[in-house]
Design a protein around this ligand. Structure first.
Ligand code: GCU
Length: 649
């Protein structure tokens, strides 16, 4: 299948050269950094001949020198560029590759060779993508087509996976999990000999681009693959099986980084079935991968998914913290706990997960979701980077030298939003999420405005109208989505199962622990100390804010409190008026985005333009449903009219 080169579709530069000389040690001639420069120069300066070292150098030449400098750390690079001579130094071949991509981005944006200096090392050491791909080619919560890793139940290495590795390296991703956390059907055999060769090939490709390969193993593999009658992590035969299996696969797949495990969650097997703890399970695997430098990433998304909606005492928001806090300090040093950004499940607005800062003696990774499961499924434009940035910069108020999430975690993961669609992400604009995510983890200081502009210009060129329209759409899209879907942090008013479109009581009488408890008098969930007590999971200073109705920020009010519709927000509006206003405003913003997009006809390529038109038509249809159904729902319950007399059906 055809695919786009996204932001690596190098355009011709304005200045021409007759010669580009890439000077480097002979050992670097086969490196990905060298190759990328050659690919880029062929498009950017098509008339130039590209040489490796050369005696001839004149005004018309451009010299690029690549050097490994051991005093720099592995992923760190240093660039000194002038119009004619550029020196890129780095601590390793991967660092060089990052330096090369940074250089190419800079000249692509400038449209010519320019003078600049840059010195960077990544803000986050672990920068991962988690693909939820199934061995049969489906993608759980995938909105961009089928898997390009698994084709006909085989793992593929082909032109597309090479392009994928280049794209990921260009934004600094250094770890990729290729299969779904729910390990189903043939994926249960990923650890068996059947997949060894293709995993080795994919691992080699990834290694060339500085990406470690990870897989989600089946925790019950000793039963499913080996035929033992238990997967108890403390059972000697089970331990022996994992040790032998890891010795085998790590010796074959040199670039294997380790495992990502979803255990005892939503029906996945885990240690608790045997009366063991998450620490028992994670440490057993960690010891099996340790001799090979492997790590185990263990998810904290654990809760009771068979709750009775009548049970008002159990609160799903509390579950993740309750399941893990007591285990702090019990995990081996090559175990990383991966907690979602919020306590429930990737809603557009949730408080930050309370484990960050609370688990002081455990390695933590934060998990975001690029796949827009709850945020418009890549039909609605919803650029999530401002939200990610806000969460990374959030002060947990724990007693720490630096209490921000970005300083507490050792890494970041995100559920990927790619598939085999031409533009990789179903919607052309959704690729901005992927791009922004990687760039932000590498360079936390870059602003959202810069990222939006950078991505737009790399993708669509320098037309001012295009840049300003796409930038505006991206930067305002998340707030618009929040406005017409989820007022004041309540969440979960979507259709059950597929999670698309409005259904305010869709989850109200279900088993998933996701209730809004709306009735004629009030709405919201009391999670204060006198309610479920969830607010108490935060550091005292923050617990005090969240738990107190007078201090709780408006955007989280209904997440933490149950209030009458006439309750006045800090903004001065009542809750019900806020609901009406934001739903009308959110829809109006979506209309404005569509207009901006339509104004770009002829200025961006047809394929992209049509893709956007289709998506905006669907966004408008659906946003209207959200606006009218949510407004109507609360109007009927509360009996309170809109102050502005707008039509509520
Ligand atoms: C959500 C999502 C599931 C997924 C789960 C997870 O609940 O709907 O499809 O398996 O998250 O993160 O494990």
């Amino acid at each position: 299948m055809e695919f786009s080169k996204l932001w690596l579709d190098y355009r011709k530069l304005a200045d021409n050269r007759s010669r580009v000389i890439i000077s480097c040690d002979k050992t670097l001639k086969d490196s990905a950094a060298f190759e990328e420069l050659k690919i880029a120069m062929a498009s950017m300066v098509p008339d130039a001949i590209v040489l490796w070292k050369s005696e001839v150098f004149d005004d018309d030449s451009c010299l690029i020198v690549l050097t490994i400098r051991p005093e720099l750390s592995e992923e760190e690079y240093d660039i000194a560029a002038s119009a004619n001579i550029t020196e890129i130094c780095a601590g390793s071949e991967t660092g060089l590759l990052y330096g090369v991509f940074a250089f190419l981005r800079k000249i692509a944006l400038a449209g010519r060779f320019i003078s600049f200096t840059a010195h960077k090392k990544p803000s986050q050491p672990i920068r991962m993508l988690n693909h939820w791909d199934e061995a049969d080619g489906d993608i759980e919560r995938g909105y961009s087509g089928k898997s390009f890793f698994f084709v006909n139940e085989e793992l593929e290495v082909n032109e597309r996976t090479v392009m994928y590795a280049r794209l990921m390296a260009s934004i600094g991703i250094n770890g990729v999990v290729i299969n779904n956390v729910n390990v189903r059907r043939k994926a249960k055999l990923l650890l068996s000999i059947e997949f060894a060769e293709s995993l080795t090939n994919l691992g080699e490709l990834f290694a060339r681009y500085g990406i470690k390969l990870f897989i989600c193993p089946d925790f019950a593999a000793p039963k499913t693959i080996c035929g033992l009658d238990t997967a108890d992590p403390l059972d000697e035969n089970v331990i022996e099986w994992w040790n032998t299996t890891c010795a085998l696969i790590f010796s074959k797949i040199k670039n294997l980084g380790g495992f990502l495990v979803k255990a005892d969650s939503e029906g996945e097997p885990g240690p608790m079935a045997y009366g063991r703890t998450h620490a028992d399970g994670a440490n057993m695997l960690a010891r099996a991968v340790k001799p090979y430098g492997g790590i185990v990433i263990w998810r904290c998304f654990v809760y009771n998914c068979t709750q009775d909606w009548r049970d008002k005492k159990t609160d799903r928001a509390c579950a993740s913290y309750d399941n893990f806090i007591g285990l702090d300090g019990q995990f081996d040093d090559n175990v990383y706990l991966q907690a979602k950004n919020g306590p429930v499940d990737f809603q557009i607005r949730e408080p930050v997960h309370p484990l960050f800062g609370a688990m002081k003696n455990t390695n933590l990774i934060i998990e975001f979701q690029l796949a827009q499961e709850y945020t418009g499924q890549q039909k609605h434009v919803c650029w999530l980077i401002p939200m990610f940035k806000e969460i990374m910069e959030h002060h947990t108020r724990h007693d720490l030298p630096d209490d921000r999430v970005s300083r507490i975690v050792c890494g970041v993961a995100a559920v990927a939003n790619t598939g085999d669609s031409y533009c990789w992400t179903g919607s052309e604009l959704a690729a901005a999420n992927l791009y922004g995510y990687g760039r932000l983890l590498f360079d936390e200081d870059v602003s959202c405005t810069e990222l939006a502009e950078e991505w737009t210009r790399l993708m669509f060129g320098d037309d001012e109208k295009v840049t300003s329209a796409v930038k505006e759409i991206l930067l305002d899209s998340k707030q618009a989505y929040e406005d017409y879907t989820v007022p004041l942090g309540i969440g979960w008013m979507c259709h059950p199962n597929d999670h698309y479109g409005p259904s305010p009581w869709g989850y109200e009488f279900d088993r998933w622990g996701t209730y809004n408890r709306a009735d004629r008098d009030a709405v919201g969930v009391d999670r204060s100390a006198s309610g479920s007590g969830y607010s108490e999971q935060y550091a005292p200073a923050l617990a005090d804010v969240y738990g107190d109705i007078t201090k709780c920020p408006d955007e989280l009010l209904l997440f933490f409190h149950r209030v009458p519709y006439t309750h006045r927000l800090h903004s001065g509006k009542t809750v019900i008026q806020h609901i009406y206003d934001t739903h009308f405003e959110g829809y109006a913003k979506a209309e404005h985005f569509a207009e901006l997009w339509h104004g770009l006809e002829g200025k961006i390529d047809d394929r992209t333009f049509k893709n956007g038109c289709e998506r905006f038509a669907e966004q408008l249809r659906c946003a209207k449903e959200w606006r009218d159904i949510i407004n109507c729902f609360f109007h009927r319950l509360s009996g309170i009219d809109d102050e502005n007399g707008r039509e509520i059906y």
